[in-house]
Ligand binder design. Sequence first.
Ligand code: GAP
Length: 436
Amino acid sequence: MEEITALAKRRGFIFPSSEIYGGIGGFYDYGPLGAILKRNVRDAWWRENVLNRDDVVPFESSIIMHPLVWKASGHVDVFSDRMVDCRHCKHRFRADHLKSPDQCPNCGMKGTLTEPRDFNLMLKTNIGPMEDSASVAYLRPETAQGIFVNFKNIYQSARRKPPFGIAQIGKSFRNEITPGNFTYRMREFDQMEMEYFVPHDGTDMDTYRQWVDARKAWYSAYGIRADKLRFYELSEDERPHYAKACTDVEYEFPWGWGELESIAHRGTYDLDAHMKLSGKDLTYFDEASKSKYVPILIESSAGLDRTTLVMLVDAFEREKTVDANGKEIERVVLRFHPRIAPVGAAVFSLARNKPDLVERARAIEGDLHADFRTQYDEGNIGQLYRRQDEIGTPYCITVDYETLDDGAVTVRERDSMRQERIAAAALRDYLAERFR
Ligand code: GAP
């Protein structure tokens, strides 16, 4: 993990937030490559769960909502972790993360830990000029509640009838006691949530299973190693009392298994809770039968930062291999899926000081840029390949002296390191086929 964290910083994927002031725990910034990587993951989720479906509509709610939203959802009363303090070193820990209940994991002292206490995870702020209890508001700890409180607005305006879904991607905030493991547990993060509403016609469990299968297929389509991913079905004791079924999607990180998504059959719990506290009707009115009902909810809730981290960790490999000349080399390579890779293709001029080559390479790069996220570079070919392997660029295209005569370029594939000569005019089709 240390190697991945160092690479992430060196190559501009992820930086600790406010680093020049010593950083701030649980907050991270995405560098030039990281911002594209994260956007590609977001787009891949959005394409699959919204654009490619005709039964899911997009949505975007505000981050700060009426405080009663969080009362109804249960977050004000029960969204807490048990924490303990060390009286000696003053560090704070989650009680369920302690290896030993009477030894401080930071300073190692025994008998210095306090009794566990509840700690609410919501981040508070104040609205308006007064800082009193009446002005308290919360930064949302999940995006889902914005969907629930707008259920009626959305189905009426979009003219939708269950079964249908509402999806949203956006920031969530949790005042985690012990943020850590890089971007795995943050205090500010993005969620990708899809809430699917189903009628009471006996199809709810089938729909739940279809979503579990759809999410499995999505991870597999982006090449996540099957042996590192598991779909853990929670037992009745493990899931919330209102949930009829729940599957956690887990990845085996270098420090162990961790959840990156949860898929749940939540019954009518969320809409019921908002109807009760607001006194407003959030039922679906079925014109055909002239009857109303609260639809059943199937939720798929994934973390965008965690999924991005999985893409990075899963792609990372340090390998010993031989280069095109048969020479033994060791390289670090990120084996991103072509659609996830921040740079799709790099175009090189074999020499810096040959204007003909530079001009030709720049023209090719310019032509492909908008469609394939290309990058131009020049210089020592071995170093260029090494740099592109480290940022996970699937294809490197080199313009050399022969290109000026025959119009062909060398294309080198990242994983196999195989090289082939291709007519520059055919590059667009070549890449399009591989990025589909
Ligand atoms: N609406 C349901 C919900 O929010 P959750 O299991 O609490 O469920 C869903 O969160 C996903 O959000 C998690 O699987 C994880 O990927 C992401 N997530 C939750 N807390 C996070 C944190 N502190 N840092 C980064 N991602 C987090």
